[in-house]
Structure formats: structure tokens, C-alpha cells
Design a protein around this ligand. Structure first.
Ligand code: HEC
Length: 127
């Protein structure tokens, strides 16, 4: 009886029994999960890119600091130690004296640890 029926492009419709419908539902669910995953990934990338932009700025400041030409101990001695009195010559005192004077004048000149260390190193190296 079925001999005359030719298979057509729509023959599969007849095969959509409950078993295949179940598979179709599963495929649809997987597809939905996949789309949801893509959306989450997109949001994640957006958030990450915003955060890393901030980091880039932070790094830019760091890099800027790195390339700032730092003043040498001799330069700072000429500037800071001349403000209140003539900057004493490095040869005026010995290393031990310079250690004490540096402690004292750091407070007077309101210098940072780094600045006074550089000045002190210069004074001691040139006496
Ligand atoms: C804020 C002002 C001020 C600055 C800046 C300053 N000094 Fe003085 N310095 C003084 C004063 C005031 C005295 C007088 C003694 C004291 O205060 O005990 C003095 C005294 C000295 C003395 C002793 C002089 C002596 O004949 O006994 C030395 C050495 C000296 N300073 C070195 C320095 C050096 C090095 C620097 C730079 C790091 C410096 N000072 C920066 C105010 C300053």
C-alpha cells in the first residue's frame, strides 16, 4: 500500500513522535542556556574592561612617576639647605657630624626620609 508514497522534504514531520519532541525540547533548553551564557560572558567582558581601564590609569601614573627626573642629593642640598642659611659645604663636617646634622635639619627643612637620605649621601660622599 505504501509503495506509491515518495519521500519528500517534509517526510520528517511524520517522524516527530513524542520521542523526537522530547529531543527538540532538550535542544531548545540547551540553546537557551547557551544564549544566557553568551549574555553573561558579554556582561563579564564589559565589567572587566571597565575595571582594567581604571588599572591602566593607575599604571599610567606609576609609569609617569618612574620617568620623572628625580633630583639628585646635590641638587636638593643646593635648594633645601640654602633656604635659611648658606648651605654648608660638604667639607665642613665629617660623616658622623653629617649624620647628626641631617637628623636635625631634616626636621628644620621638613624633608622626607628619601630626600634627607639623598642629601646626606651626597654630603658624606663629597667631604
Ligand atoms: C627651615 C630652615 C632651615 C633649613 C631649610 C635648613 N637649616 Fe640648617 N639650620 C637652621 C637653623 C635655624 C640653624 C641654627 C641651629 C639650630 O637650629 O639648631 C641651622 C644650623 C645648621 C647647621 C649648624 C651650623 C653650625 O654652625 O653649627 C648645619 C651644619 C646645617 N644647619 C645644615 C643644614 C643642611 C645640610 C640643610 C639641608 C638639608 C639645612 N641645614 C637646612 C635652619 C635650617
Amino acid at each position: 500500500m505504501m509503495e506509491g508514497v515518495q519521500p519528500t522534504a517534509f517526510s520528517f514531520i511524520g517522524q516527530l513522535d513524542s520521542n523526537n519532541l522530547e529531543k527538540l525540547k532538550i535542544m531548545t533548553t540547551i540553546y537557551k542556556i547557551f544564549i544566557a551564557g553568551l549574555v553573561l560572558l558579554f556582561v563579564g567582558v564589559m565589567i572587566t574592561s571597565c575595571t582594567s581601564t581604571k588599572d591602566t590609569y593607575a599604571n599610567a601614573t606609576e609609569v609617569e612617576d618612574e620617568f620623572k627626573i628625580e633630583k639628585s642629593g646635590a641638587q636638593m642640598w643646593g635648594e633645601a639647605c640654602n633656604r635659611c642659611h648658606l648651605a654648608p659645604s660638604p667639607a665642613d663636617y665629617n660623616d658622623t657630624d653629617w649624620t647628626t646634622i641631617s637628623l636635625h635639619m631634616r626636621v628644620r627643612a621638613n624633608l622626607t626620609e628619601k630626600e634627607i637620605t639623598k642629601i646626606e649621601t651626597f654630603l658624606k660622599s663629597a667631604n
